[in-house]
Write a protein that binds this ligand. Sequence first.
Ligand code: XIL
Length: 358
Amino acid sequence: MLFKNTIILCGLAAFMQVNAQQAPSVTLKEAAAFPVGFAIDPVRVKNSEPFRRTVLEQADGITATNCMKPSRIARQKGVYDFDQADQLIDFAIANGKRVHGHTFVWYIDSAPGWMKQIRDSTELENALKNYIQAVGTHFKGKVASWDVVNEAFDNKTGAVRQDSVDQDGKTLLNVGGILGKDYVARMFQYAHQADPGALLFYNEYDQEKNAGKLNAVLGMVADFKKRGIPIHGLGLQMHINVNTPDAGIENALKKLAETGLLIHISELDISMNTARTKPFQPTAEQLEKQYRKYKFVADAYKRLVPEKQQFGITTWGIGDADSWIPGFCKCEDYPLPFDKEYRAKKAFAGFAEGLQSK
Ligand code: XIL
């Protein structure tokens, strides 16, 4: 009987270890010497007590997952709906959290339908200029920083995107094709005019694995500096997986930091389901790899980004139930530091350990 109980207890201990749901001894904001943030939306803040509590306990800052995108704020041309964003920002400010605005211009989902229909360059330029003016002014003084342009560079060529449809035939905002490649610079100028106190970021994905994209970003920064275009920071989205090579992460952090700009790991999540299967249950080995990758990312950021350029690390969601990855990969995955009940995972421990590394 004693033997059987011991086996049960050992089995339970192994299960607990895999899921690592013991209460952590430190919070992320205590562990980090720079701001740690979560991408969140106001509905979860309102409806989920554990979600809200985790934001309050763990984060120094927030990014709006969706509610500050043009598709939400300007569903109709010239009509601005700030309700959701205002709710989120009031919550953040009342609780002393820094707000990062995401995003003024994005070629994909976030552009409203009416904007995607515009073909005339003057009309589109004015639509974007007016949007940035209205929204930047509305949030002035409340938003510390903005992703001004998101994902401008093409995955294959590294040139400014000029596609009007994606591979599935979905309409895109062909801002590069209609306005020309220098539109990115003009959007930064409009953002600066709207809120001269806001820190302005360019945000991009895959810089840790796509040399062409990384070089495009570095080239853009060099060009902006030469021409006096206002830019203060660079966002690395870092939607990575447990097998993403460490060397690529280090290379991107190092090269981007050499610009002297603020560096934001802006949308971190670390997938385990690299085969994109459904269903998917992570093995102990995959959970261990996720733990190590979170630790590596936080440690590499500390090592390679000079302190005065450390804008922070933001994860895209808090718990696995918030993640956009399952919808995107049409598979199951668990890419975040907290589980679906907002209990700290092993990945959380890795993140906290990396943040505390010397
Ligand atoms: C995603 C959101 O998480 C989803 O809810 C939404 O349906 C699509 O956008 N890169 C970005 C983010 O810059 O804005 C995206 O967020 C994830 C990829």
